[in-house]
Design a protein around this ligand. Structure first.
Ligand SMILES: [Zn+2]
Length: 286
């Protein structure tokens, strides 16, 4: 599921491969993914404009057009979305992917010569939103779960600071308050944007902090340590290809033991999400 590192890979792909390309057509027929717009709204707003910048806060991306003079397109990958950039017609550049990592099966299909454009292979309905460029290429939102979004001029005011960019003092002030369990607090996108379920479990395990501890009871030292560890874990995930590469992720299962101390891994729903932690080092109450 795309968290900050996966969304950043999608943003970087768009920045590297889609900027400077002019929009010739838009398929915005999926009224759920494009809500609240009506079919044709995004097309009439975007056709003729040129992508000029790709930004991101947390898990939300926005694409500017015409150097910021044109409309802005907001994109969200939802629970399983992937950005696909198809190269210029007649050019040798290959189709590239960013966002939700490919499964082994998908990678094998691609390697076996499946058509690089998912609109022409597999289930074409999984392409929920598409931009066709004047050069014959395209930018697609490929999303089996249909929980991604494409909207015009997105309002991102409800998001807290990006988890990778937030300053230490701001992190301390925003995260270290309230009765909510720490895990729920760091996943609250209005507090801190970008942390999803796996990154939260990884960072709390690395910091040896209990997911169930009320956020307001952490000391300044613990909050500063979590700030450091969370940024480090996020950068490692970006480098290694996604949040599934975290050190504790393979041990988030029944009968598994903590890879650091050997304690039994335990789970519960925290903030509505399945949460795994080390029963020894992350015990709560202590
Ligand atoms: Zn442990």
């Amino acid at each position: 599921m795309p968290e900050l590192p996966e969304v950043e890979s999608a943003r970087a792909l768009i920045e590297a491969r889609a900027l400077g390309r002019t929009i010739a057509a838009v398929d915005d027929a999926d009224t759920y993914v494009c809500r609240p717009h009506l079919p044709g709204d995004l097309a009439s707003a975007l056709v003729g404009h040129t992508l000029s910048a790709a930004g991101r806060t947390g898990k939300s991306m926005w694409l500017e057009t015409d150097g910021g003079e044109g409309p802005t397109l907001g994109l969200h990958l939802g629970m399983a979305g992937r950005i696909v950039v198809v190269g210029r017609e007649g050019a040798t550049e290959s189709t590239a992917y960013g966002g939700d990592p490919m499964s082994a099966k998908e990678a094998a299909e691609a390697a076996a010569g499946g058509h690089p454009d998912p609109r022409l292979s597999g289930n074409p309905a999984w392409t929920r939103f598409a931009i066709e460029f004047e050069d014959g290429g395209a930018l697609l939102l490929f999303d089996k779960r249909r929980l991604g979004r494409a909207v015009l001029n997105p309002d991102l005011a409800h998001l807290g600071p990006d988890a990778l960019l937030i300053r230490k003092a701001d992190f301390r002030a925003r995260v270290g308050v309230g009765e909510a369990p720490l895990k729920a607090r760091i996943m609250d996108q209005s507090v801190l944007a970008g942390v999803g379920n796996l990154l939260a479990d990884e960072a709390l395990w690395q910091a040896q902090l209990p997911p169930l501890q009320p956020a307001g009871t952490l000391t300044a030292e613990q909050l500063d340590h979590l700030w450091t560890v969370l940024r480090r874990a996020t950068k490692a995930a970006m480098r290694k290809g996604g949040v599934h590469t975290g050190k504790v992720i393979d041990f988030r299962k029944k009968d598994a033991h903590c890879p650091r101390c050997g304690g039994v891994m335990v789970k519960a729903a925290v903030g509505g999400r399945t949460t795994w932690w080390c029963s020894v080092e992350q015990r709560w109450p202590r």
